[in-house]
Design a protein around this ligand. Sequence first.
Ligand code: GLY
Length: 560
Amino acid sequence: MRRIIYGLLFVLVGACTETPAEPTGLVTKNAMVVSAREEASAIGVEILQRGGNAFDAMIGTELALAVAYPFAGNLGGGGFMVYRKNNGDVGALDYREKAPMAAHKDMYLDSSGAVIPGLSTKGATGVGVPGTIAGIFEVHRQFGTIPMEEIIAPVIELVETGVRVTEKQAARLEKYWEDIIEINGDNTLFYNKCKVGDTLRYPALANTLKRIAKNGREEFYSGETAKILADFIQLKGGYITLEDLDGYEAKWRQPIIFNYKDLRLISMCPPSSGGVTINQIFKMIEPYDIGNGEHHSARTLQLFTEAARRAYADRNYFLGDPDFVDIPLDILLSQGYIDERMDSFSFSHATPSEDIHEGQVIMAEHDETTHYSIVDQFGNAVSVTTTLNGAYGSKLYCDELGFFLNNEMDDFSAKPGVPNMFGLIGAEANSIAPGKRMLSSMTPTIIEKDGKLWMVVGSPGGSKIITAVAQTILYVYEFNMSMQEAVNTPRFHHQWLPDEIVFEPGEFSEETKDELREKGYIINETLTPIMGKVDGIRILSDGSLEGGADRRGDDTAVGF
Ligand code: GLY
């Protein structure tokens, strides 16, 4: 009898823990786009409803973000796409910016070898060769099903009808207004001071998009737009030439693929560090059963922190553009190496970062870049993270073309050991060279469970992208949250150096923090920033989709 009761209990408990959380975000039956702005998600969905696939929708969403979310959406930046087709094929596209041919290792150093403040972050000197237009045309060439002009048409309409200023957008514009004026002068056509509810229109951008729709990729890289762009950047003191633009290529790459328990994760490979670092973090925590406790308990925080500490130390030392440096991926991702890295881990105390590698950095707080996730009605999925790097990139706005230019050159290590704007220190592998792509943290990720599509996820947030994405996945998988709940849940971050844990406000108890302090962890409570803005889609057991649109921004899920 007792055995029967135990048996029943086991079945019940097992069933309870295996029942996925009820959705709390938008649920739709067929298709969904989740992005930083409703306008961009709606354009992606409109393209899907016209019969386009996830790749067609990717192009519309990417361009619409440049209009509705110029803080990070872009024509003058770059990004990464990870995809999974409905037949299970997976792949990745790298449309990351490149250093111009005039670039060299010491270009941001003064005669005494010190980094010149601002040279890689503000204005034309920080601009890398943009990759976004090459990226969308490559996606279209490979997977597009409806004509490019038809995809771009609703984006042009959005530019012409204008975008309503939200509260968060007004606050961002206010915050960066002085920087934008400093770089462009107060006659900039970007916008005149505006308030919530105003409508912003960018006629120059409409003209640029019309030329691109008509003349294709070449318009941006060797046509009239290319000439205007190269002349403009050079006039402003930057290095990009027509030859640099003409030589740009987006590249198909093999994504990083690994298993975590019964999940199969597909994430971005170098020149982004996202996939490698998230792979190391998951493999370091896998043996410890992180789900066996509360999601914000000291034990969970400690385990995640120690894995992140070790993974970021490797990131900063080994990773760079794979076309320029040999990255020992086989070793870095082997279970033997990963187990060895965790040999020094103990739940009884913190491992000081100086015992793992040396370094001293000051952490800067930024929350730029943007991510969107798409699942179409055919079962294809794309996960895209795109960026200008800083907020409004280099702040350099081309009046004649209607868009901002990136400051992605700051993602190189100007000098090994010196932190970039995210506080990440880089080593030789990420030093500057002509034509090289700078290391990124972008982590667009797609996950399968039992061989089926299970989640599409990613985030902005500079160095915090990787931990934000990892925690969101763990919140759903290990702590049985819905997609929306996982996205909403406060996050924490550790990146090896500085040797401290930072927390988002809320939920983290004083008791937990005290417990961590007692074990030797340094807790930075002066910084309680937003950590990432995760936009994800979870596929429910009946095949419908749950969106997780980050409450930290104007992010919105739209679907049908
Ligand atoms: N610029 C941010 C990143 O690439 O990670």
